[in-house]
Write a protein that binds this ligand. Structure first.
Ligand SMILES: [Ca+2]
Ligand SMILES: [Ca+2]
Length: 349
């Protein structure tokens, strides 16, 4: 959630006064249907520090807030319930409680307002609108330069389109630096597929980045060069952003590339029902690589009195960066069972 908010240059909302609590409550109430109020929670960007021994909460932006400024539910804050603050919406107000941080809940973000004559950067900064497309990075994350066709920087926001190197299918120019920033609807992945690809090997490269709207919020998915047959390979971003960068050196040009991109709804996570027959759960794209930036929550339920068994048959994760967390719920309290961090095979729980 914190990542998602950062991709839009904002942070999770943190509430520090009575007025702010009322404002966020009214925003939440108007965006949640009447029949779901009272049963609906959303995340505040606050977490308890040191099990509340110092009476302090920390906001997603890193500021410290006293627990006494909270609008807590009866018998809350109880650090044994978890570390993260969520709120429960009732008819017209919201009350806070602590809970475990792993569940996927709605959340609210806050970003700075920019004065007239200035524009919003993707990292939350505001800059004078005259600094847009002047080939200088004034935002600090390059977002004032990402939508500048005159400088070969294209911003494409849709559910799909195509991207091709300049002058394709004729040769591209030496010393080219182009960038395409693709943005699909929220909750969708981006899939990129090349129809043709030919550049000077090693010296003229196409780089694919996924994660956020800017390079500093993204990770490198692939760097391509040479003559490659990529028609059977697709490049997937688990977020609704993808960046394609094309750079060439001073000599030897080829025809370049043509690729199409489309979006598809994210399908990971969901409610599953355990039965006496075993069922198989796989990560997105298995047995191929899972896309970067995934965050999936599966809730497995069984009939009362039944035991749920999970057997891991095959596990291959990026060590220390990607993980699977298995938790169980006893009397509505969630306890952590297993945290799979490293590469290993055949574990049984
Ligand atoms: Ca600029
Ligand atoms: Ca070249």
């Amino acid at each position: 959630m914190v990542l998602l908010a950062l991709r839009y240059g904002s942070n999770l909302i943190s509430v520090e006064s009575y007025d702010e609590n009322n404002i966020t409550a009214s925003i939440a109430i108007t965006s949640i249907p009447l029949e779901r109020r009272g049963a609906t929670h959303y995340w505040l960007g606050l977490a308890s520090l040191d099990d509340l021994r110092t009476n302090t909460l920390e906001s997603a932006a890193g500021t410290l807030v006293s627990q006494y400024s909270g609008f807590w539910y009866l018998n809350q804050p109880d650090p044994s319930d978890g570390e993260c603050v969520h709120v429960t919406i009732t008819e017209e107000t919201q009350s806070w409680s602590l809970t475990t941080c792993e569940s996927l809940q709605p959340f609210m973000c806050r970003s700075k307002a920019c004065p007239t004559g200035s524009i919003h950067c993707s990292n939350g900064n505001c800059i004078n609108e005259n600094f847009k497309c002047d080939e200088q990075d004034d935002c600090g994350d390059g977002s004032d330069e990402l939508d500048c066709p005159v400088n070969c920087n294209f911003y494409l926001a849709s559910s799909g389109d195509f991207v091709e190197s300049p002058y394709f299918p004729h040769k591209y120019a030496p010393l080219t630096n182009c960038k395409w920033t693709l943005e699909g609807p929220q909750g969708h992945n981006i899939l990129l597929q090349f129809q043709e690809f030919e550049t000077e090997k090693t010296f003229d490269t196409v780089q694919i980045l996924v994660g956020g709207r800017t390079e500093d919020t993204s990770v490198n998915l692939a760097t391509l060069s040479g003559k490659e047959n990529l028609t059977n390979r697709s490049f997937v971003s688990a977020s609704n952003f993808m960046i394609i960068k094309f750079s060439t050196d001073a000599s030897v040009e080829r025809k370049g590339f043509r690729a199409s991109w489309k979006t598809e709804p994210q399908t990971c996570g969901g409610m599953l029902r355990a039965t006496s027959q075993g069922q198989i759960l796989t990560s997105s794209g298995y047995p191929d690589q899972y896309p970067g930036g995934l965050e999936c929550l599966y809730i497995i339920k069984a009939q009362n009195g039944r035991i749920i068994t999970i057997e891991i048959d095959d596990l291959d994760l990026n060590e220390n960066e990607d993980f699977i967390l298995i938790e169980m719920e006893i009397r509505q309290k969630v306890k952590q069972l297993l945290d799979l961090l490293a590469v290993s095979t055949t574990t049984k729980e």
